[in-house]
Each structure stands twice: as C-alpha cells, then as structure tokens.
Design a protein around this ligand. Sequence first.
Ligand SMILES: [Zn+2]
Length: 84
Amino acid sequence: MGKCKNITRLLSDALDRSLSTGEWVAIRLHLPTCSGCRNYRKQIRLLREAARTMSGIFMPDTAGPCNSANLRRELYRSPGGVSR
Ligand SMILES: [Zn+2]
C-alpha cells in the first residue's frame, strides 16, 4: 500500500506547513480505514505536544504567564502522569 507512505508524510508535513484542502481530504478518507496511519498520527501528536511542553520549560521567557498555567494543566492531565 503505497498510499500509507503518502499519508504519513502529509501528517508530518502538517506540523510544518498548512495542508491544502485536497491533502486533508486524502488524510480524512484514509485514516478511518487504516489503523497504522491512525497510530502514526497519534504518535506525532504526542511528540509535538512533548516538544511544545519542553520548549515551555526551557524558554519561560517566550511563554507568557498564560502559557505556564496551561502547561501546568497539561502536565497534570498527561497520560501516565500524576492522576489523583
Ligand atoms: Zn495507512
């Protein structure tokens, strides 16, 4: 299935640039039929969130007060993290 290669590439491209409508449609049509690509999307989302969280920690100057509140909430809500 050569299509998966295409889709996963679009998914990672989406982090760096905006996709065209046609590209989103291709993804949306493909994801429900393919657990492999769904997993891939989940993974890159987690990676992206982790990267954002890290940059918030290491560059507090660029993250406003608002952001650090969000960050704290995200940390509490993160799966596998502290849950009361
Ligand atoms: Zn696929």
